[in-house]
Write a protein of this length. Sequence first.
Length: 105
Amino acid sequence: MMECLSPYEALLSEIKTLSLKEKKGLLEKTIKLQEEVGELAEAVLIYKKASGSKYKASKSLSIEKEAVDIILVSLDIFFSLSPDLDLLQDLLSEKSKKWKKYQIK
C-alpha cells in the first residue's frame, strides 16, 4: 500500500532525494550556505535602502527567495549527515520549543 504524504512531506522527501544525489561534500555545502547568507544580507540591505546599496535594483520577492535558498542548502547539509526525516522533525520541534521559551521571557 502506498503511503499518502502531505505536500510538505512529499517536498521534504524530494529535497532529501536531491541531497543524497548531490556530489558536493560537507565543506562545499557549508561554503555555499555562507554564500547564500551573503546574498540574503545583500537583498535586505537593498530592501532597507541601506547606504551604498542604492545603485542595485531591488527584485520582487528577493528576500524570500534568498531565505528559501538558505533553507534548501541547510536541508542539504542535514540530509548529507542524516537522511532521517523523523530526526529532522524532532530537532525542529525541539529548537522551536527553545525559541518559544526565549520569546516568552
